[in-house]
Write a protein that binds this ligand. Structure first.
Ligand code: NAD
Ligand code: WQD
Length: 348
């Protein structure tokens, strides 16, 4: 008989946010089992997790589209909760390959939920995104702001949120917490785990740190004519360890049987692109080479969260500041110039 009777399945746990959450889960006394198909991550992240936590971590290289594989896992372990990170997240790619996103994200979640229902595991924390607010008209953005999709990636998040609302409405045993992340940034303070984009980064922070390390030559700043204090886009960057701790608060809250409920995970404060560049320059002591280019299609001027619901109901708020985020991101980047790949960097 397995002595552990309450595992938490972490889909996508080898990835950026998932790996940081696994560290916090172990510290909080949860026993995670990671499933990940490694399509956007590396097995080395599991080794690093074991190094940080001093614990052996159960890992299965498995695709959530593999219904049989998931069934075998649920049949062999008593899984009581799921934290569901697995998904594709490249906005641009989702526009050119929407079916890939619907299959992986929506169908993958559908299969996961079907297997969960079969094994009577009806507690899930889902990685949603501030993208579900589309082109929000007001800031700060609260959870009851209108929802809309501005690209196929965002639509997959809306579809999944809808599925989780429907199953909770139809069966009161389901508890689903939708965590709408703003802009994750930073890395574990150890510098052992962090964001490791497989291709050219889509997001600002990894692009800045890769430029600082010399892997990218120049950062393109998408527009300086927005209605913001310095003309560049303003976002709510949140330290990934704060985000990870938000998942622990959500897991704890599941036991109060909340039904289906959404929370913003953000700091409530925005920084511009130029402010983020300056902060990484300070943290790294490196000059970031950048040029101003045209606006990027689909970008909004300003986005930041109203995080008060998570504080009130989950007792969670972000603790790290912008300097911490940049220092930790730089520690990760400088200790691991090529991410989890040990080979030397190619200078672009
Ligand atoms: P990530 O790519 O680092 O992690 C996702 C992980 O899921 C990867 O390890 C990948 O290999 C795995 N995966 C993808 N499809 C899978 C499948 N079919 N089966 C098994 N594993 C699969 O991304 P992340 O930044 O850690 O994001 C985690 C989640 O948070 C995603 O759902 C993403 O959409 C969401 N999110 C991310 C951000 C962000 O800016 N990073 C913002 C909001 C929401
Ligand atoms: C931040 C700011 C850019 C890159 C995206 C997704 C969203 C969510 C988080 C998953 C903006 C500017 C960026 C660059 C730049 N992901 N920028 N040069 O667009 O707020 O959100 O990631 O759910 O769905 O859309 O984040 O990091 O791409 O951009 O000037 O090379 O940096 O214009 O103002 P974004 P980002």
């Amino acid at each position: 008989m397995d002595p552990i009777d309450n595992y938490v399945l972490v889909t996508g746990g080898a990835g950026y946010i998932g790996s940081h959450t696994v560290v916090e889960m172990i510290e909080a006394g949860y026993t995670p089992i990671i499933v990940d198909n490694l399509c956007n991550s590396s097995r080395e992240s599991i080794n690093r997790l074991e190094q940080i936590t001093g614990k052996q971590i159960e890992f299965h290289e498995l695709d959530i589209l593999d219904e049989r594989g998931l069934e075998e896992l649920f049949a062999s372990k008593h899984i009581t909760q799921v934290v569901h990170f697995a998904g594709l997240k490249a906005v641009g790619e989702s526009t050119s390959l929407p079916l890939k996103y619907y299959e992986n994200n929506v169908m993958g979640t559908f299969i996961l939920l079907k297997v969960m229902a079969k094994y009577r595991c009806k507690n899930i924390v889902f990685s949603s995104s501030a993208t579900v607010y589309g082109d929000a008209k007001e800031v700060p953005i609260s959870e009851d702001a209108p929802l809309s999709a501005v690209n196929p990636y965002g639509r997959t998040k809306l579809h999944i949120e809808g599925m989780l609302q429907d199953i909770s409405a139809g069966d009161s045993e389901w508890n689903c917490i939708l965590l709408r992340y703003f802009n994750p940034a930073g890395a574990h303070p150890s510098g052992l785990i962090g964001e490791d984009p497989k291709d050219i980064p889509n997001n600002l922070m990894p692009y800045i740190t890769q430029t600082a390390i010399g892997k990218r030559q120049v950062l393109s700043v998408y527009g300086n004519d927005y209605e913001t204090p310095d003309g560049t886009g303003v976002r709510d960057y949140i330290h990934v360890v704060d985000l990870a701790k938000g998942h622990i608060a959500a897991l704890n809250h599941l036991s109060t049987k909340p039904g289906c409920v959404a929370y913003n995970l953000g700091t409530g404060r925005g920084y511009s692109v130029l402010e983020m560049i300056a902060a990484v320059e300070k943290a790294s002591g490196k000059k970031i080479n950048y040029k101003i280019v045209e606006r990027r299609k689909g970008d909004v001027a300003t986005s930041f969260a109203d995080p008060s619901k998570a504080l009130k109901q989950l007792g969670w708020s972000a603790r790290y500041n912008q300097n911490d985020m940049c220092e930790h991101a730089w520690k990760w980047q400088s200790q691991n110039p090529n991410g989890y790949d040990p080979s030397p960097i190619d200078h672009a």
